[in-house]
Design a protein around this ligand. Structure first.
Ligand SMILES: CC(C)(COP(=O)(O)OP(=O)(O)OC[C@H]1O[C@@H](n2cnc3c(N)ncnc32)[C@H](O)[C@@H]1OP(=O)(O)O)[C@@H](O)C(=O)NCCC(=O)NCCS
Length: 314
């Protein structure tokens, strides 16, 4: 495939979003608001163009207020282009964009892509996902984890509160951090397991708390500790609202209480708290391999509407 006249550059701004959205992806509808809210910047949104035709694109997202990209969550190529040209274009685009958009010497942000739950069964989807993974691998990335994206929809029944557990708000950050540290023992979550190879459970809990949970602006009294009737903590649930949706941000059962199905009561309570606010949906996600958690979401009527592939350079 002819790669002459290929322009690789960032978009100039909002006025080029139509051009940037020539390739379809589930996040296209969010890009304008992300730009307006400072979660994206034109210099983090790169296009490979032949004239007015978009052949490939890449974009990073950041946490609001951050000065550096946090996640590479858009990487597309025109899937109708012949092989191997489309992969070459993708690699060239990504190399150029990474060199320009990322601070030299700092770790490269992870990659995330939302894909249909049955992506492996459909030949076209499988090729599209694998092409993007190949491009990323050629720039040094590797598969980190495959996750399930889940959604509870209004009308889905929530089991009434049981008698085995009692719920009360989290007292303070210190109490939650202590429990978040304890539940990392034996976790099946890939991200947590990876962090535990590099830091203590306490450090991983603090990172998770400060990097995510503490940033939610939804009420902290939604956060609940599940205790046995005598008051001893058995687990917790953190319902919240992020910039896009009401979510079950985190939930866990203490190691000595696992295997009793407590997760069902805890997930039901978190769902009940959000459902009380007449939300249009509740979103959640978990690793494909976190079988007890995935099963609990399925039993609670959460629909697996998408999967997510995460890749890393670290
Ligand atoms: C995922 C989790 C909440 C499951 O809670 P739970 O109340 O023990 O779930 P269940 O009682 O339904 O467990 C079902 C089965 O999975 C097993 N199981 C649960 N957690 C397990 C773990 N971390 N490792 C291995 N097996 C586990 C149980 O022993 C039980 O086995 P059995 O059917 O042979 O008796 C709990 O493991 C946990 O807190 N993990 C760490 C935090 C986490 O991953 N949260 C989800 C983030 S999205």
């Amino acid at each position: 495939m002819e790669l002459k006249n290929l322009a690789v550059r960032p978009i100039t701004g909002r006025e080029e979003l139509r051009l940037f959205n020539q390739l379809p992806y589930v996040l296209n509808g969010e890009l304008a608001d992300d730009l307006a809210q400072g979660r994206r910047r034109p210099e983090w949104m790169w296009a490979a163009l032949q004239g007015d035709r978009l052949l490939a694109r890449a974009a990073w997202w950041s946490r609001p207020g951050d000065d550096t990209p946090f996640l590479l969550d858009v990487l597309d190529i025109d899937d109708n282009l012949p092989d191997p040209g489309r992969l070459t274009i993708g690699v060239r685009l990504l190399h150029t964009a990474m060199a320009a958009a990322l601070p030299a010497g700092s770790p490269r942000p992870d990659y995330s892509r939302f894909i249909p739950p049955d992506w492996r069964e459909n030949g076209l989807t499988r090729r599209a996902v694998q092409d993007r993974m190949t491009i990323l691998e050629r720039t040094g990335a590797r598969l980190f984890v495959e996750r399930l994206r889940l959604e509870w929809r209004p009308g889905t029944p929530i089991p009434p509160p049981g008698r085995r557990l009692v719920f009360r708000p989290v007292q303070d950050a210190g109490e939650l951090l202590t429990l978040m540290t304890v539940v990392l023992e034996g976790t099946l979550d890939a991200h947590s397991r990876d962090e535990l190879t590099r830091m203590s459970a306490r450090e991983a809990a603090v990172r998770h708390y400060e990097g995510e949970l503490a940033r939610y602006t939804s009420p902290k009294d939604w956060w609940q500790i599940a205790t046995l009737p005598a008051g001893k903590p058995a687990g917790f649930v953190i319902p919240a609202r992020n910039d896009y949706n009401p979510i079950i941000a985190y939930l866990a059962v203490l190691p000595e209480h696992r295997g009793n199905g407590y997760i069902n009561d805890i997930l039901a309570e978190g769902t009940r708290i959000l459902a009380r606010h007449e939300v249009p949906r509740i979103r959640a996600s978990t690793d494909l391999d976190n079988t007890p958690m995935a099963n609990a979401f399925r039993r609670a009527g959460y629909v697996n509407f998408e999967r997510e592939i995460k890749m890393t350079w670290s």
